[in-house]
Design a protein around this ligand. Structure first.
Ligand SMILES: [Zn+2]
Length: 225
């Protein structure tokens, strides 16, 4: 038997178009999937409260089954779900941000505690990023950023400088610093934290420089090595 007539719409359909019902002799429901779905949908629309109750009862009685099914569904559709999620976040940035902040404030203590071990690890792995963030905060606080805002070029040069400092430190075996040719808080002049005032020099030079107003020209520091 590979075809069956639906008792509702009277159409002759393939048996794959009927839901299974092991309580019936035929093993299939008498109405086709379309008719069953339509009836279910109509009932749901007419009895929203009852429907919610039924669903809740089912969920409560089948917690493990539901969890298992959910897990399986996730594993089978992982890539598509991740992509969908990414798309949603991209299109709802404000909403997602607001929800994250709300969640953060409500669960602040737990989050901060859980984050601690990772934070330390992150800091160690991102030393140059961390040094840069600290330097930026300091410069902004001292009003040494023109107009209170870094230009795109400043951003680029600063980030390259911090990476270079880290790389040279590794390569030469002694520490290198990101330095301001004209110091941010100098005796004679106060420099800006901007692309034109940045150099990467050995840390011992940076320390000996103090506020002497030397090494204020590009590559001048090479004479002091
Ligand atoms: Zn039907």
């Amino acid at each position: 038997m590979d075809r069956k007539t639906c008792t509702s719409c009277r159409e002759d359909k393939s048996v794959s178009m009927f839901y299974k019902d092991r309580h019936l002799k035929s093993g299939l429901q008498s109405s086709c999937k379309n008719c069953v779905d339509a009836r279910k949908h109509a009932w749901k629309a007419k009895n929203p409260k009852k429907f919610a109750e039924t669903q809740k009862r089912y969920r409560d009685n089948n917690i493990e089954k539901m969890a298992k099914r959910q897990k399986e569904h996730y594993q089978e559709n992982r890539e598509a779900l991740v992509e969908k999620r990414r798309e949603y976040v991209e299109n709802n940035k404000d909403k997602v941000h607001a929800r994250n902040m709300d969640y953060y404030y409500k669960n602040r203590d737990v989050i901060l505690k859980a984050r601690k071990p990772y934070q330390k690890k992150w800091r160690q792995e991102n030393l140059e990023k961390n040094a840069m963030a600290t330097a930026r905060r300091r410069s902004l606080r001292r009003n040494r950023v023109l107009g209170g805002k870094y230009t795109e070029l400043d951003e680029l040069v600063l980030s390259e400088a911090h990476i270079a400092a880290k790389e040279r430190t590794k390569e030469f075996g002694f520490p290198w610093h990101v330095d301001h040719m004209i110091p941010l808080a100098g005796k004679i002049a106060s420099g800006l934290d901007c692309a034109w005032n940045i150099q990467v020099i050995p840390a011992y030079l940076n320390t000996s420089k103090r506020n002497k107003h030397i090494m204020t020209e590009p590559l001048e520091w090479l004479r002091y090595i």
